[in-house]
Design a protein around this ligand. Structure first.
Ligand SMILES: [Zn+2]
Length: 719
């Protein structure tokens, strides 16, 4: 056996064991899950190749997560196992080959903390973490504050509960709660939780009884006859800590996914066990499926891989179990895991990388957004070099220093974000980030718009190049005036070559004017290039687009397509909107007093009026023809559109709905009449299914528009 293999094996054992200690005993991971999995996998492979290297200290021989000695020990009546992982279909196929044909129960692998709840005659007696698998930590003291777990099982009359029942499950934070908890943590200068599982562990594994005792003690002192201000402050501090801790506990969720010891009754399958647990009031997942073939299991794996970010909590994979308990028994266990179950792990969404620098960007409305430059890192299939930080305040709130190692998350199409620093890895060379005081593009002084505003803005709205560029790009985008040829580069060229001074000059552009810019010509004779011809043609088409699109093109704050459409219906021309008093504007749906006032202020600005004047002179149609309002087949209906469609943009679809008297809404409720679903629809589709609302595809939507609700229901076979 080569010495190099032994050396590497020792290194890997140390790496994994150290990571496990930081993770399980201190709830502070210092490496990402991805790195942990990589090291662990490399160790497994090395040991498979050189079986003589396998020794007792190897983490491959134990479950991981020795119980912390801060808690009372709890010996699980039946051992809790860890699961083996696979990372691709090749490995999954190898597992299928080993176990043979079965019915497979598939469920989501929640990113949470495994727990064991012991019920005696239907009453919850003990709650423990998994710990080493044989012995866990007794966290029963926290029970009082948990809302996610029933203290007493419910049953129909006559049911006799098993004398002893062990229920296994996962406590977790939803993604929304996780983000909130993390902000609470980083605000006090501590390392962010790398993932929801870690946050759940940190929350459940705290001596809540000690906190309660500390408050009682502090209360006694602070209320004593000779209490001083220090004692009062100490009481406040302990009370705050207890309040934070109990509040976090109450926000934990639970999904159960197994049973251990169950005295006095038999069950044939894993899925029967779930049914039973559900009937007793325990929270099971409605995403569990029993599937009969490898192909179906793979479809399940793929589906949830694609939709993993539409789920309210984080998942890191799918768990596949042989459903029959008799067949499970036959397959048995290895030293650390059952042979009858496997976890298919998705690529990790959280990685560790270094925060190199923070720059700022200036948006279309002058808003300054810090943007983090990080050491390029591969996450969820793409290389990330930048991450968003909503405002300067966020940098402070997350406790970030330049040069910090940080946890970074990229979930789906969302812009990557930094969760927080790994405080333990600082070496003193980190520097504080200073929010600039001047606009990096025009040098104007930055200021919040209102005193308590968290955002800084460049107030040079009229001529800040970044804002001008942003407005031009916005105006040309598909959802506004849809001007092909007016992208970021074209906007930059038009401004930098001084072809236009602002958006007012846009619609009076001619071939002669464009020829002055290198960007719009080709060849030695400076002939007009294709991009210029395209731009001119598109500008011509845009001139007669609906009024609401022009309203959006003005980049007024707070005015999106729905509001612009409402304004158009009420006032039918830009002139009349400009002349309307704030009180009248405030009556429009989606516009309150504040927005109404900001609209009137916007129109009062001379250079804004000039833009409108120039557009009018260039031939833009800034009014809606007063056509007899057409038939209103959708009057009184609320319709939600989600996902993408071939023939409609999202705004185009809502325009079609509102022009027929319907209401286009953004969220699904029981009052929604139709939900139009295209590819890529996420949680709204799920919600629609849950609430049993009629779901239309694009074809069905067209029928709804042309023939009304009865025809659409008939199309679904519902009428
Ligand atoms: Zn500026």
């Amino acid at each position: 056996m080569p010495a190099a293999a032994r050396k590497r094996r020792d290194e890997l054992v140390d790496l994994v064991n150290e990571a496990r200690a930081n993770y399980y005993q201190h709830d502070k991971p210092t490496i990402s899950d991805a790195d942990y999995d990589k090291y662990f996998q490399e160790l497994v492979e090395l040991e498979t190749k050189h079986p003589e290297l396998v020794a007792g200290d190897s983490p491959t021989q134990s479950v991981g997560g020795e119980a912390s000695d801060e808690f009372g020990e709890f010996e699980h009546p039946t051992r809790m196992w860890s699961l083996d992982n696979v990372f691709d279909y090749e490995e999954l196929d190898a597992w299928f080959a080993r176990v043979g044909n079965h019915n497979f129960l598939c469920e989501l692998k929640i990113d949470g903390l495994a727990i064991n709840a012991v019920y005696r005659n239907g009453v919850l007696e003990t709650l423990a973490t998994r710990g080493s698998g044989a012995v866990g930590e007794n966290v029963t003291a926290s029970l009082e504050y948990l809302t996610c777990i029933p203290k007493q099982l419910t049953a129909s009359k006559g049911t006799k509960f098993p004398e002893l029942l062990e229920v296994r499950g996962e406590v977790y934070f939803s993604l929304a709660e996780f983000d909130q908890i993390n902000l609470e943590v980083t605000a006090t200068g501590r390392t962010a939780f790398a993932n929801p599982r870690n946050a759940a562990a940190g929350t459940l594994r705290q001596r809540i009884d000690n906190r309660v005792a500390a408050v009682a003690e502090a209360t006694k002192r602070a209320e004593g006859k000779t209490a001083d201000s220090k004692q009062v402050a100490s009481l406040t501090k302990h009370s705050d800590e207890l309040q934070r801790a109990t509040s976090a506990l109450s926000r934990l969720g639970l999904i159960v996914h197994g049973i251990g010891t169950h005295e006095g009754f038999e069950i044939p399958t894993q899925s029967h066990a779930y049914e039973l647990l559900k009937s007793w009031g325990l929270p099971t997942s409605d995403r569990v499926k029993v599937l009969k073939s490898v192909a179906e299991v793979k479809k399940y794996v793929e589906h949830h891989g694609e939709h993993r970010h539409d789920i309210e909590h984080d998942i890191d994979g799918v768990v596949i179990k042989v459903d029959s308990l008799a067949e499970q028994d036959e397959l048995g266990f290895t030293a650390r895991a059952p042979r009858w179950a496997i976890a298919y792990k998705y690529p990790p969404t959280v990685v560790r990388t270094r925060l190199l620098d923070i720059g700022v960007q200036v948006g279309r409305t002058g808003r300054i957004t810090p943007r983090a430059a990080v050491e390029p890192v591969l996450v969820a299939g793409s290389t990330v070099s930048f991450a968003t930080l909503h405002n300067g305040y966020e940098v402070v709130r997350k406790g970030l220093l330049l040069g910090d190692m940080v946890f970074l998350r990229k979930a789906g199409d969302v812009i990557p974000e930094i969760l927080g620093p790994v405080v333990e890895l600082r070496d003193g060379s980190e520097r504080e980030f200073q929010m600039p005081t001047k606009c990096p593009e025009c040098g104007s002084k930055l200021a919040p718009e209102k005193e308590d505003d968290k955002d800084l803005r460049c107030l040079n709205t009229r001529s800040c190049p970044a804002q001008l560029r942003g407005r031009l790009e916005h105006l040309g985008s598909r959802s506004i005036l849809d001007i092909e040829g007016l992208g970021e580069k074209a906007a930059r060229a038009l401004l930098e070559d001084k072809i236009i001074s602002d958006e007012g000059d846009l619609f009076s552009l001619t071939a002669e004017i464009l020829q002055q810019s290198d960007f719009f010509v080709k060849g030695a004779n400076r002939e007009l290039a294709e991009n210029a011809k395209l731009l001119l043609a598109q500008l011509e088409i845009a001139k007669t687009k609906p009024l609401w699109r022009f309203i959006c093109a003005l980049s007024m704050r707070h005015i999106g397509p729905p509001t612009a459409q409402a304004l158009t219906r009420e006032f039918t021309s830009l002139e009349r909107i400009a002349a309307a008093p704030a009180e009248k504007l405030a009556q429009i749906e989606g516009i309150g007093q504040t927005i109404a006032e900001s609209i009137t202020q916007w129109f009062a600005e001379d250079w804004h009026a000039e833009i409108i004047e120039k557009w009018k002179r260039a031939g833009c149609v800034l009014e809606q023809e007063l056509v007899e309002s057409g038939p209103q087949p959708l009057a009184g209906l609320t319709i939600v559109v989600t996902g993408t469609m071939v023939d409609f943009t999202r705004d185009g679809a809502s325009e079609e709905i509102t022009s027929r008297g319907g209401k286009a809404s953004g969220s699904v409720s029981k009052n929604t009449d139709f939900v139009v679903v295209g590819p890529g629809a996420g949680s709204k589709e799920t919600k629609a299914i849950e609430l049993g609302r009629p779901i239309l595809d694009e074809a069905g939507f067209k029928i709804l528009l042309s023939d009304g609700p009865a025809a659409a229901l008939a199309h679904l076979g519902l009428a």
